[in-house]
Write a protein that binds this ligand. Structure first.
Ligand SMILES: [Zn+2]
Ligand SMILES: [Zn+2]
Length: 195
Protein backbone atom coordinates (compact mmCIF):
# COMPACT_ATOMS: atom_id res chain seq x y z
CA UNK A 1 0.00 0.00 0.00
CA UNK A 2 1.40 3.43 -0.98
CA UNK A 3 1.01 6.72 0.90
CA UNK A 4 -2.04 8.55 -0.48
CA UNK A 5 -0.38 11.91 0.13
CA UNK A 6 3.36 11.85 -0.53
CA UNK A 7 3.27 8.66 -2.63
CA UNK A 8 5.97 6.90 -0.61
CA UNK A 9 5.59 3.18 -1.34
CA UNK A 10 4.90 0.50 1.29
CA UNK A 11 3.23 1.92 4.34
CA UNK A 12 4.52 0.26 7.51
CA UNK A 13 2.29 -1.62 9.88
CA UNK A 14 2.29 0.11 13.28
CA UNK A 15 0.33 -0.16 16.51
CA UNK A 16 -1.42 3.09 17.44
CA UNK A 17 -2.38 1.57 20.75
CA UNK A 18 -2.66 -1.91 22.27
CA UNK A 19 -5.50 -2.99 20.04
CA UNK A 20 -5.39 -0.76 17.00
CA UNK A 21 -3.11 -1.36 14.06
CA UNK A 22 -2.57 1.17 11.28
CA UNK A 23 -0.36 1.64 8.25
CA UNK A 24 2.06 4.50 8.60
CA UNK A 25 4.05 6.46 6.05
CA UNK A 26 7.75 6.56 6.95
CA UNK A 27 8.15 9.89 5.18
CA UNK A 28 5.12 12.08 6.08
CA UNK A 29 4.06 10.13 9.24
CA UNK A 30 0.44 9.93 8.06
CA UNK A 31 -1.64 6.97 9.31
CA UNK A 32 -4.07 4.85 7.30
CA UNK A 33 -6.79 3.19 9.39
CA UNK A 34 -8.46 0.29 7.67
CA UNK A 35 -12.24 0.80 7.88
CA UNK A 36 -13.05 -2.64 9.36
CA UNK A 37 -10.12 -2.61 11.78
CA UNK A 38 -11.11 0.82 13.08
CA UNK A 39 -14.74 -0.21 13.49
CA UNK A 40 -13.82 -3.35 15.45
CA UNK A 41 -11.52 -1.36 17.73
CA UNK A 42 -14.10 1.39 18.18
CA UNK A 43 -16.84 -1.05 19.17
CA UNK A 44 -14.47 -2.75 21.66
CA UNK A 45 -14.13 0.53 23.56
CA UNK A 46 -16.31 1.34 26.52
CA UNK A 47 -19.35 3.24 25.35
CA UNK A 48 -18.65 5.77 28.17
CA UNK A 49 -15.63 6.96 26.29
CA UNK A 50 -17.67 7.84 23.27
CA UNK A 51 -19.43 11.22 23.30
CA UNK A 52 -17.68 12.06 26.56
CA UNK A 53 -16.06 15.00 24.89
CA UNK A 54 -17.32 18.29 26.28
CA UNK A 55 -16.03 20.22 23.25
CA UNK A 56 -14.81 23.17 25.35
CA UNK A 57 -11.63 23.16 23.26
CA UNK A 58 -13.47 23.93 20.05
CA UNK A 59 -13.26 27.74 20.51
CA UNK A 60 -9.67 27.67 21.68
CA UNK A 61 -6.44 27.50 19.80
CA UNK A 62 -5.04 23.97 19.79
CA UNK A 63 -1.59 24.42 21.29
CA UNK A 64 1.60 22.86 20.00
CA UNK A 65 0.04 21.64 16.81
CA UNK A 66 0.86 22.60 13.26
CA UNK A 67 -1.13 20.77 10.60
CA UNK A 68 0.89 18.66 8.17
CA UNK A 69 1.95 20.27 4.91
CA UNK A 70 -0.07 17.52 3.22
CA UNK A 71 -3.31 18.37 5.03
CA UNK A 72 -4.76 20.33 2.11
CA UNK A 73 -3.66 17.85 -0.52
CA UNK A 74 -6.43 15.84 -2.15
CA UNK A 75 -5.86 12.08 -2.08
CA UNK A 76 -7.22 8.71 -3.16
CA UNK A 77 -7.92 5.69 -0.97
CA UNK A 78 -4.81 3.47 -0.79
CA UNK A 79 -7.07 0.41 -0.69
CA UNK A 80 -9.81 1.03 -3.26
CA UNK A 81 -8.67 4.16 -5.13
CA UNK A 82 -11.79 6.18 -4.36
CA UNK A 83 -11.44 9.91 -3.74
CA UNK A 84 -11.06 10.57 0.01
CA UNK A 85 -13.76 12.79 1.48
CA UNK A 86 -12.61 15.52 3.91
CA UNK A 87 -14.02 16.31 7.36
CA UNK A 88 -12.97 19.52 9.12
CA UNK A 89 -11.98 18.83 12.74
CA UNK A 90 -11.13 22.20 14.20
CA UNK A 91 -10.99 25.93 13.50
CA UNK A 92 -7.80 27.16 15.08
CA UNK A 93 -5.76 25.85 13.39
CA UNK A 94 -8.04 24.27 10.80
CA UNK A 95 -7.26 20.71 9.83
CA UNK A 96 -9.06 17.80 8.19
CA UNK A 97 -9.24 14.05 8.47
CA UNK A 98 -10.12 12.05 5.39
CA UNK A 99 -12.36 9.09 4.85
CA UNK A 100 -13.04 6.68 2.02
CA UNK A 101 -16.82 6.53 1.60
CA UNK A 102 -16.53 3.10 0.02
CA UNK A 103 -14.32 1.08 2.41
CA UNK A 104 -14.67 3.51 5.38
CA UNK A 105 -10.90 3.66 5.85
CA UNK A 106 -9.59 6.84 7.47
CA UNK A 107 -6.45 8.85 6.75
CA UNK A 108 -4.82 11.02 9.40
CA UNK A 109 -1.93 13.18 8.24
CA UNK A 110 1.25 13.22 10.31
CA UNK A 111 0.53 14.36 13.90
CA UNK A 112 -3.24 14.21 13.52
CA UNK A 113 -3.83 10.88 15.28
CA UNK A 114 -1.91 12.18 18.29
CA UNK A 115 -3.91 15.42 18.43
CA UNK A 116 -7.20 13.53 17.94
CA UNK A 117 -6.22 11.42 20.97
CA UNK A 118 -5.56 14.55 22.97
CA UNK A 119 -8.97 15.98 22.02
CA UNK A 120 -10.58 12.62 22.80
CA UNK A 121 -11.97 12.44 19.28
CA UNK A 122 -10.12 9.30 18.22
CA UNK A 123 -13.02 7.16 19.47
CA UNK A 124 -15.46 8.82 17.10
CA UNK A 125 -13.64 9.68 13.91
CA UNK A 126 -16.66 8.78 11.80
CA UNK A 127 -18.80 11.38 13.58
CA UNK A 128 -16.43 14.10 12.31
CA UNK A 129 -17.98 13.53 8.88
CA UNK A 130 -21.58 13.91 10.08
CA UNK A 131 -23.67 16.93 9.10
CA UNK A 132 -24.13 17.71 12.83
CA UNK A 133 -20.40 18.05 13.37
CA UNK A 134 -19.84 20.01 10.20
CA UNK A 135 -22.63 22.48 11.04
CA UNK A 136 -21.23 22.89 14.57
CA UNK A 137 -17.85 23.74 13.05
CA UNK A 138 -19.49 26.26 10.68
CA UNK A 139 -21.39 27.87 13.55
CA UNK A 140 -18.22 28.21 15.66
CA UNK A 141 -16.38 29.63 12.67
CA UNK A 142 -19.12 32.21 12.21
CA UNK A 143 -18.97 33.19 15.90
CA UNK A 144 -15.20 33.59 15.66
CA UNK A 145 -15.56 35.85 12.61
CA UNK A 146 -18.10 37.94 14.47
CA UNK A 147 -15.72 38.29 17.43
CA UNK A 148 -12.85 39.21 15.14
CA UNK A 149 -14.99 41.90 13.47
CA UNK A 150 -15.70 43.43 16.89
CA UNK A 151 -12.00 43.33 17.82
CA UNK A 152 -11.23 45.19 14.58
CA UNK A 153 -13.83 47.85 15.40
CA UNK A 154 -13.19 48.56 19.09
CA UNK A 155 -9.76 47.08 19.82
CA UNK A 156 -8.78 43.91 21.64
CA UNK A 157 -8.87 45.25 25.23
CA UNK A 158 -12.41 46.56 25.09
CA UNK A 159 -13.60 43.60 22.99
CA UNK A 160 -12.25 41.16 25.60
CA UNK A 161 -14.26 42.99 28.28
CA UNK A 162 -17.38 42.86 26.12
CA UNK A 163 -16.95 39.11 25.50
CA UNK A 164 -16.61 38.52 29.25
CA UNK A 165 -19.63 40.69 29.96
CA UNK A 166 -21.55 38.92 27.19
CA UNK A 167 -20.88 35.54 28.84
CA UNK A 168 -22.02 36.85 32.24
CA UNK A 169 -25.20 38.44 30.86
CA UNK A 170 -26.01 35.40 28.76
CA UNK A 171 -26.12 33.32 31.93
CA UNK A 172 -27.90 35.86 34.12
CA UNK A 173 -31.70 35.53 34.39
CA UNK A 174 -32.13 39.32 33.95
CA UNK A 175 -29.27 39.83 31.53
CA UNK A 176 -31.61 41.34 28.95
CA UNK A 177 -32.30 44.31 31.28
CA UNK A 178 -28.58 45.11 31.31
CA UNK A 179 -28.43 44.86 27.51
CA UNK A 180 -31.43 47.19 27.21
CA UNK A 181 -29.69 49.67 29.53
CA UNK A 182 -26.54 49.61 27.42
CA UNK A 183 -28.50 50.03 24.22
CA UNK A 184 -30.34 53.05 25.64
CA UNK A 185 -27.15 54.58 26.95
CA UNK A 186 -25.12 54.04 23.80
CA UNK A 187 -28.10 55.01 21.64
CA UNK A 188 -28.52 58.30 23.56
CA UNK A 189 -24.90 59.34 23.24
CA UNK A 190 -25.12 58.53 19.51
CA UNK A 191 -28.08 60.91 19.24
CA UNK A 192 -26.23 63.68 21.07
CA UNK A 193 -23.19 63.22 18.83
CA UNK A 194 -25.30 63.45 15.69
CA UNK A 195 -27.25 66.45 16.91
ZN1 LIG B 1 3.43 9.86 3.10
ZN1 LIG C 1 -11.36 2.83 0.23
Amino acid sequence: MDCPKCKTPNLNQVKLNQKLTAHQCAKCSGNWLNGDAYKIWQSSQLIDHINQNNLTWIDQEIEDFTPSQFDNKAAFCPECRQYLSRGKVSINPPFYVEKCLQCKGIWCDGGEWEILNKLNLHYQLDSLFSSEWQSLIREKQHQNQEKQALINKIGKDLATKIFGLGDILENHPNGDFAVAYLMRKVGQSEKIKNY
